[in-house]
Design a protein around this ligand. Structure first.
Ligand code: SF4
Length: 363
């Protein structure tokens, strides 16, 4: 199997999570509760962490949120990132309140002097800063120079801010270049990646509701990851944040960058299919939620192409003319009643569990 050669980036430590260097691509999401609603926010952080989110970002719109952040950070099992706009003072406060990283948009933080002061403060505490350049808040001069929020304009904006940070001796920076337009995002990250070794947080901003957002995010993030670009990812969805985590896991797994759960290979069905394969696949998907080791499972509609199409699979089930077939690595190992396909798959999975364990951990 071909593997992706990843861009070499400088290592950055976000609390207990290392990114860049040889580290795996980390998954990030953001709470959508009011940060000051402590119980609700804490429960969402826990839910995200349980789902596999490795970095959780919280909005810090006011001073009360800084106080809440401090309490949440002291109890969180995952590093918390503070997201600040417009008010550099809030960024200073949250740097002293347990932030593992701060995310700012330098375009709205109040000018170069304020950015320098933040770099000095974060530098003293060894806390990284993410420069989040966003097409929606690009400098007017760049919009004029490039005739809009183009990829080149986003990159020039980021490089300008990096220069300011570097002039303060601050290199502990992560960068993101985001537009709601997928191709602009891809192009900006590609150009940026050629110019330096700062780690990139990638995503498509304001991607949209679950279905369309997932498609936009998958194309944007997936294309960049396939290019070897991206050190942390967020699949922004107008949906419960935990869905962003599952989406990111699927994208990373589809590209062979990380492994979280068994992979399902299923045929699209055609006129040869003799069972309700759609329902069977849904049941298999449900069943596999309880298994947490890498494995390929094939669910096929007939024996004409079933084993052949699923040769890469570890375990497969397929409808035959009158019976169901269970196979491993494309070889038939037994025939069963059509109604027993799912229980047979479970039996095989239980055998695998004895071999792999089922720790819920990535391999
Ligand atoms: S495996 Fe059989 S049912 Fe499924 S698409 Fe191929 S030929 Fe059709």
């Amino acid at each position: 199997m071909e593997t992706i050669s990843r861009r070499k980036t400088r290592a950055v430590k976000i609390g207990t999570v290392k990114i860049g260097g040889d580290q795996a691509v980390a998954i990030q999401s953001m709470t959508n509760t009011r940060t000051t609603s402590l119980a609700e926010t804490e429960s969402q952080i826990k839910e995200l962490a349980k789902a596999g989110c490795e970095l959780v970002r919280l909005a810090i719109p006011d001073r009360e949120s800084v106080d809440a952040f401090e309490r949440l950070a002291s109890r969180s099992l995952v590093p918390l990132i503070a997201d600040i706009h417009f008010d550099a003072e809030l960024a200073h406060m949250v740097l002293d309140s347990g932030a593992a990283k701060i995310r700012i948009n330098p375009g709205n933080i109040g000018g170069p002097r304020k950015l320098e002061r933040l770099a000095e403060h974060a530098g003293r505490l060894d806390i990284p800063i993410r420069i989040g350049v966003n097409a929606g808040s690009l400098e007017k001069s760049l919009l004029k120079k490039y005739g809009g929020a183009t990829a080149a304009a986003l990159v020039e904006s980021a490089l300008g801010y990096l220069q300011i940070l570097e002039s303060c001796g601050f290199f502990n920076t992560v960068v993101s270049l985001k537009a709601s337009d997928v191709y602009t995002t891809i192009k900006a990250c590609r150009i940026f990646a050629l110019k330096n070794d700062y780690p990139l947080h990638i995503g498509v901003t304001e991607a949209g509701p679950s279905y369309s957002g997932l498609i936009k995010g998958s194309i944007g993030v997936g294309t960049l990851l396939a290019d070897g670009i991206g050190d942390t990812v967020r699949i922004s969805l107008t949906a419960p944040p935990v869905e962003e985590v599952r989406a990111a896991q699927h994208i990373l797994q589809a590209l062979g960058l990380r492994h979280f759960f068994p992979d399902i290979i299923s045929c699209p069905t055609c006129g040869r299919c003799s069972i309700d394969l759609l329902s069977l696949v849904n049941e298999v998907e449900e069943l596999l939620r309880d298994y947490h080791f890498p494995l390929k499972i094939a669910v096929m509609g007939c024996m004409v192409n079933g084993p052949g199409e699923a040769r890469e699979a570890d375990i497969g089930i397929s409808a035959g003319q009158k019976h169901g077939i269970v196979f491993r690595h494309g070889e038939v190992i037994r025939t069963v009643d059509l109604n027993d396909l799912l229980p047979s798959l479970k039996e095989e999975l239980d055998l695998e569990t004895r071999y792999h364990g089922n720790s819920g951990q990535e391999e």
